[in-house]
Structure formats: C-alpha cells, structure tokens
Design a protein around this ligand. Structure first.
Ligand code: HEM
Length: 184
C-alpha cells in the first residue's frame, strides 16, 4: 500500500534533482540563452533603467485568450512545482495531477488563439503547444496502466520542456510578462 502524506508536503529540491537527472543543466542552458537574448534586446532599446514592480494594467489590456492563457499557465506552473517536489506517495497527487492536466490543456489550447511574436502567423512555440496536447493523454494513459516510469517521464518532460522553458521566455524584455513585472 502507498504511504499517504499530509498537506502541505515537505518540499525537497533534492527530490527534483534525483527524479529528473540533467534538469539542472537544461535550466542553466535555458537561463544562459535567456540572458544573452535579453541583453541584445535591451541593448537595442539603449539599456533602459529596469526595476521590479507589479503593474497589472498591461494584463487587463490584453484580449481574453491571453488573459486565460496566463492564468492557466501560472496555475500549471505552481501545481506542477508541488507535484514534482512533493515526496513519493503524496496524498493529493491524483487531484492535483488532474488539475495540472486541465491547466496545461487550457494553456496549450488558448495559445492557438494568440499570435504576435512572428506577426499574424503561428510561431515555433505553437509546436510546443501541439506537443503538449498530444503528450497529455499519453501521460495520463501511462498512469492508468500503472506504468509509473513512463508517466513520470512524460509529465516531467512536459513540465520542464514546455512550462519552464516556454514560461522563461515569456519574461523576455518587451513581452507581456516583462511589462507586468519589469518595465522601467
Ligand atoms: C508560466 C508559463 C507561461 C506564461 C507566463 C506564459 C505567458 C504567455 C503570454 C503573456 C503570451 C502572450 C504573448 C506575450 O508574451 O506578449 C504567451 C504566448 C504564447 N504562449 Fe505562453 N506562457 C506560459 C507557458 C506556455 C506554455 C507551457 C506553452 C505551450 C504549451 C505556451 C505557448 C504559448 C504560445 C504558442 C504563445 C503564442 C506565441 C506567439 O505569439 O506566436 N506558453 N504566453
């Protein structure tokens, strides 16, 4: 029988390192690319003064597809973090797992109503959305047939590959998330 743990679980960053070997390097590489691209964008704008503050006005000025996308993406990010860092046998895994699947599905689906990075056409990030929509049922199916190794691979791959990497690049200077938190 699986041991159940109380909520909130004891978080362990070490658990993440053990469960997803190599994730640290992926994150370091993504952060490096993010830093270089941000540097060039900011230089093109003659290095404006940057300070942290929260201004939700740009968020409310966006169309509803973007607003839904951001809420779903941030929900998926925080639920995913709890699922990944919680110890094995965490009691709320099933409930939070379904919430995460729903949040990811809404994030990916809503993105097909958003364009902008490449003008009016779909960008390569939409390929991540398609990959997510295809991957979610496979991840759920693996859990239902108790193939935990496959389930973990599918879900953590989507969390790190889609959520963390795509999410990080939404904070590039000039994009909406940047405007909310960092505009000078
Ligand atoms: C914390 C995570 C995320 C946040 C905060 C976020 C936020 C945003 C925002 C604000 C936009 C509107 C464009 C702009 O940035 O100005 C956007 C666009 C988009 N997002 Fe996300 N997103 C996240 C995760 C994801 C994920 C996981 C996917 C894919 C599964 C995704 C796919 C897309 C796509 C395809 C677009 C349209 C890009 C284009 O203009 O061509 N996002 N996202």
């Amino acid at each position: 029988m699986t041991a159940k743990t109380a909520f909130p679980p004891t978080f362990s960053p070490h658990a993440l390192v053990r469960r997803v070997p190599g994730w640290g390097w992926q994150l370091v590489i993504a952060l490096g690319i993010y830093a270089v691209v941000s540097h060039f964008i900011l230089r093109a704008y003659e290095n404006p003064d940057i300070r942290f503050r929260i201004d939700l006005a740009p968020y409310f000025a966006e169309p509803s597809a973007v607003q839904i996308h951001v809420i779903a993406a941030l929900s998926a990010f925080f639920i995913g973090l709890v699922l990944l860092l919680a110890p094995k046998g965490f009691g709320l895994h099933r409930t939070l797992g379904w919430s995460w699947v729903l949040a990811m599905a809404v994030t990916a689906t809503s993105s097909f109503f958003i364009t902008g990075i490449m003008g009016d056409v779909y960008s390569p990030i939409h390929a991540i959305s398609a990959w997510t929509l295809l991957g979610l049922p496979f991840g759920v199916a693996a859990a239902r047939r108790r193939d935990i190794k496959k389930h973990r691979q599918q879900m953590t791959g989507m969390f790190l590959g889609a959520m963390v990497i795509a999410g990080l690049f939404t904070f590039l200077p000039g994009r909406l998330m940047w405007q909310i938190f960092f505009t000078a």
